[in-house]
Design a protein around this ligand. Structure first.
Ligand code: SF4
Length: 212
């Protein structure tokens, strides 16, 4: 194991301890493959499952693993295309047993920092699905909430707005212009400092770089 990898593992374990006091459950995985295996072991057969827009979830291969397992009722957001279908998806995701997402940042003390344009992803994090599984590469770790804000708007948003073909300052300059654009993806900025319900929010830290 490289020195960087060993240090990241130590850091993940510290974050998992910090998550405990916030009533959230932390897990550590050495690889994307271990992450998928863990997820399949956590979810009982017959569960309903959905996910928010996330490069990390895709890079781990979670959608295809869930579909190919044949054990779950999967609401695949890519199949809900029209506005009416998307509305249906949001309702199904809200009621699902498991909702998957990543986080734009996680602090060393276990707080999650997330931005959202429409709000469906952060709303499911806050309330609705029985369980939320957050998959985060160690590239998402920041020192504190202030650094989390900085990361979300200057590291995560520029590639996301380019990916989504948004007309925002960060898509052009690579840094936040604190815009009020119709295309803004930072309409909601949410800090999750604690889960009210035990066993609702699980954070899986993966010793890899995932997403933006
Ligand atoms: S506020 Fe606007 S410019 Fe800043 S990161 Fe968000 S979308 Fe980009």
């Amino acid at each position: 194991m490289s020195h960087l990898s060993a240090a990241r593992e130590n850091q993940a374990k510290s974050i998992i301890s910090a998550l405990e006091k916030r009533n959230m459950t932390g897990h550590y995985c050495e690889s994307k493959e271990d992450c998928v295996s863990l997820i399949l072991s956590l979810m009982p057969e017959g569960s309903t499952v959905a996910w928010g827009g996330s490069e990390s979830i895709k890079e781990c291969g979670i959608p295809s693993a869930l579909q190919h397992s044949g054990k779950y009722t999967v609401y695949d957001r890519s199949r809900y295309v029209t506005p009416a279908e998307q509305k249906e998806f949001y309702a199904l995701a809200f009621q699902s047993n498991y909702f998957f997402m990543s986080t734009n940042a996680i602090t060393l003390d276990g707080e999650l920092v997330n931005i959202d344009g429409a709000g469906n992803r952060v709303s499911s994090l806050i309330f609705g699905p029985d369980h939320v599984i957050v998959v985060a590469g160690m590239n998402k770790v920041v020192a504190d909430v202030k650094e989390g804000f900085c990361r979300t708007r200057n590291i995560a948003s520029p590639p996301n707005t380019v990916r989504l073909n948004k007309n925002t300052p960060c898509a052009v300059t690579g840094k936040c212009g604190d815009c009020m654009s119709p295309d803004c993806i930072c309409n909601q900025i949410v800090i999750t400092r604690r889960s009210r319900d035990k066993d609702r929010i699980h954070i899986i830290l993966v010793n890899d770089n995932l997403g933006f």
